[in-house]
Design a protein around this ligand. Structure first.
Ligand code: SF4
Length: 399
């Protein structure tokens, strides 16, 4: 079988340079959310810190990591990390220090929601070393914010931005959601302009979907709510592409836009098949070729760790067979694209067809999807994985 560079088994000593830490607490659940979160008035910060440090200690022992990991990227996501308060990131860094360290050159991102990202939190996090914030704005349209169950008003993101800038955080990403129900009369173009007026370094888009475990999934299932149809979904995606690239952003991944030099380094570890460690409820890790994920519930997670057990829910080994589709999906989802240097006949034919339909273009011997192509990413990745396999079989027959 042709070697699959993304999923070759690496030596067990291969040490992750990226770490994800999940904070499973939110003040209340948003209507569209099916993440591993628990609604709580006050986050049990000390308990969470003990559990995460306990998991890290057990994980390091289990993986045989000798000495602390040296990390290039750290991402604290959720949930609502900003609920943990101003001292939480300094405490997290201290608690993890025996097993993981990172310096000022590392990209340290924390997710924050506007209502809890106060000037105190911003200052405390910056002093700890946080240098990138991912801010959950979602929309600036008041009725849509209410429908989503968000706790901030239309002015919340600007206040949070001000806090970040005043604290000296120069890299802020804004999350926006598109494809909301038409009856809400949200003006997507106006929201994009509002986001740009904040002068962010990065924008992440989320196309609204009705996940079965989210309240929205139930509303749609009961016929009480209707999502955007395919045409409007595509129109809004394309409007975001045109507006943001027109403002100088690079559309470098299906859902992500960054100013030059300001792409998410952490997410690139996910998209390029690098190993990454993960802590917290529902967190997914990759220790090639092993993919592993934790139990989702906070209570179960805390109890596992307290009992001295790793909180693993399940794991799978990614081999060359299962990795083929994933490799296509990962390579095509960013602007690194598919390498055409040793492309066989089937891949070349497919690439020609996509290029004619303006779903992709070839530059520097890489086949890169256009925004129109990214709208069809799942289908195109499957086509590419199939074509690559056809070429591999043909090559094996003639070898
Ligand atoms: S704030 Fe984020 S994680 Fe929390 S409920 Fe809302 S969407 Fe989910």
């Amino acid at each position: 079988m042709h070697p699959n560079p993304l999923f070759d088994a690496r030596a067990p000593a291969d040490r992750p340079r990226s770490l994800y830490v999940h904070v499973p607490f939110c003040t209340r659940r948003c209507s569209y959310c099916d993440f591993a979160v628990q609604a709580t008035r006050e986050a049990p910060t000390a308990e969470w810190m003990d559990a995460v440090a306990g998991e890290m200690r057990m994980l390091a022992a289990e993986r045989g990591w000798d000495g602390p990991l040296r990390l290039d990227t750290v991402y604290v996501g959720g949930g609502t990390p900003s609920l943990l308060g101003p001292d939480a990131m300094a405490a997290l860094r201290d608690r993890l220090r025996p097993w993981a360290v990172w310096d000022d050159d590392a990209e340290w991102t924390c997710e924050a929601n506007p209502e809890s990202f106060t000037p105190d939190v911003a200052r405390g996090w910056r002093a700890a070393g946080v240098n990138r914030i991912s801010l959950g704005a979602q929309t600036f349209h008041e009725p849509t914010l209410r429908w989503m169950g968000r706790l901030h008003g239309p002015d919340g993101p600007a206040r949070a931005f001000g806090a970040a800038r005043e604290a000296g955080i120069g890299n802020v990403s804004v999350d926006l959601i598109f494809g909301v129900p038409a009856r809400l009369e949200r003006d997507w173009g106006a929201d994009l302009v509002q986001a740009l007026l904040l002068e962010p370094e990065h924008v992440s888009l989320y196309g609204l979907t009705a996940e079965a475990a989210a309240p929205l999934g139930r509303w749609v299932g009961e016929g009480r709510e209707t999502l955007a149809d395919e045409d409007r979904y595509a129109d809004e995606y394309m409007l975001a592409h045109t507006t943001l690239t027109g403002a100088g952003f690079q559309h470098y991944e299906v859902s992500n836009f960054g100013l030059p030099g300001l792409r998410s380094r952490h997410n690139f570890a996910y998209w390029t098949g690098e190993p990454y460690a993960a802590l917290g409820p529902g967190a997914h890790a990759f220790y090639p070729p092993l993919r592993r994920w934790n139990v989702r519930s906070w209570d179960a997670y805390r109890d596992h760790v307290a009992a001295g057990r790793l909180p693993t829910d399940d794991e799978e080994t990614v081999d060359a067979d299962t990795g083929g589709l994933e490799r296509a999906w990962l390579l095509l989802r960013t602007d690194q694209g598919w390498p055409m240097d040793d492309a066989g006949e089937a891949v070349v034919r497919l690439a020609d067809g996509w290029t004619e339909r303006r779903l992709a273009r070839v530059a520097d011997r890489r086949l890169r999807l256009t925004a129109e192509g990214w709208l069809l990413l799942d289908t195109l990745a499957l086509q590419m994985a199939t074509a690559a396999e056809v070429d591999e079989r043909a090559a094996a027959l003639t070898a």
